[in-house]
Design a protein around this ligand. Structure first.
Ligand SMILES: Nc1ncnc2c1ncn2[C@@H]1O[C@H](COP(=O)(O)OP(=O)(O)OP(=O)(O)O)[C@@H](O)[C@H]1O
Ligand SMILES: [Mg+2]
Length: 341
């Protein structure tokens, strides 16, 4: 009797994505010797598919090779990966793999079409104290819950750029949810980023982590722009900064697609003195993030500790608002709202 080996995460993903499982190693591609292969792997291109979906400029820059060489390698990877267009029906199948993590508030979940989605980037922006990090804490616990409780029985990765990850808060929320606080904490991998480049490196490590732990379902980046904002001051370097952020966001989107991950990123707002009407705040990084993030949530403080989430941008949901509350127990429905139901 032959025992069938369990599928690796890559095989599973290849199936979901309708890609042929790769039999070819990166170093088998023409023009890729051992040196370039190891540069590619260090830059996070672990296999044919990640290379096939890469951007030539990005590969050239990260691996210090010419852009034409990068293009050539990517073209070969694409052929090797037999990437095809999907029919509408096949695409629908891929979408069926989408899962949702509850925010902790039913009203907020409904606003998002059921919760924070895998295969997507969800950006949350708002002023300090609006609850962006709190939502991240809640999601990092909720992702671990069983499906009937709004979770995915999954694990989380947390990239902390501001030093605001608080284990105690995770433990507190876990206890409320009736799960073991220490175990919950154990299931979150935290990477503290000290510079924008370090943040990029940590993102490049995600395929490694997911291949080692196939339960990873959520990636938090809190916050996305803080380090970029601090490092790229002055107008002269703004284009540079935006280009780097753009590359990073596309990387995150590819990871979301490839490994069926929910990506949750937070972002501060900056004052917009040029705006005379409406809310004079805009997310840092502006349109760059807006064009890549699938869901954008604007959070603001409401009356009596309540929070209002506005869905600003989504491919298929109407714009709208939901009110919820944040307290010692984490995120839950606003009490008055709860009574109405
Ligand atoms: N244990 C707790 N009990 C009650 N409320 C809490 C608790 N922890 C946090 N909060 C609420 O959450 C707020 C902080 O929210 P959060 O840290 O998510 O802000 P943020 O949007 O990430 O801000 P920043 O831009 O500064 O990172 C506090 O002001 C408080 O209202
Ligand atoms: Mg925060």
């Amino acid at each position: 009797m032959t025992v069938k080996e369990p599928k690796s995460k890559d095989e599973e993903t290849a199936e979901i994505m309708n890609l042929e499982p790769e039999e070819i190693d990166i170093k088998d591609l023409e023009g890729v010797g051992a040196t370039i292969a190891s540069k590619l792997k260090n830059a996070g291109y672990m296999d044919i598919i990640s290379l096939a979906t890469a951007n030539a400029l990005e590969v050239a820059e990260l691996c210090e090779i010419g852009e034409p060489t990068a293009k050539k390698i990517i073209t070969q990877a694409r052929e090797a990966a037999k990437m095809n267009f999907l029919s509408g029906l096949e695409f629908e199948d891929k979408r069926k793999a989408v899962q949702r993590i509850s925010t902790g508030s039913q009203a907020f979940d409904i606003l998002l079409g059921g919760g924070v989605e895998t295969q997507s980037i969800t950006e949350c922006y708002g002023e300090f104290g609006s609850g962006k990090s709190q939502l991240a804490f809640q999601l990092a616990v909720n992702v671990q819950l069983p499906k009937e409780k709004g979770g995915l029985e999954g694990h989380a990765i947390w990239i902390d750029t501001e030093g605001t990850f608080r284990p105690a808060r995770i433990e507190q929320i876990a206890a409320i949810k009736g799960v073991d606080p220490k175990e919950t904490l154990q299931n979150i991998r935290i990477g503290r980023a000290y510079s924008a480049d370090h943040q990029i490196l940590l993102v490049d490590k995600i395929p490694d982590l997911v291949n080692k732990d196939s339960k990873i379902k959520l990636v938090v980046v809190d916050s996305m722009m803080a380090l970029f904002r601090a490092e790229y001051v002055g107008r002269g370097t703004l284009a540079d900064r935006q280009q780097k952020v753009n590359v990073l966001l596309h990387k995150l989107q590819r990871l979301a697609d490839r490994y069926n991950l929910a990506i949750y990123i937070t972002n501060q707002v900056m004052a917009r003195p040029d705006m005379m009407f409406g809310d004079p705040t805009a997310p840092v990084g502006g349109h760059i993030i807006g064009h890549v993030a699938t869901y954008r949530i604007y959070l603001r403080k409401g009356k009596k500790g309540l929070r209002v989430a506005r869905l600003v941008d989504s491919p298929s949901l109407p714009e709208g608002e939901a009110t919820f509350q944040i307290d010692a127990n984490g995120i839950s429905d606003a009490e008055e709202e709860g009574k109405k139901k």
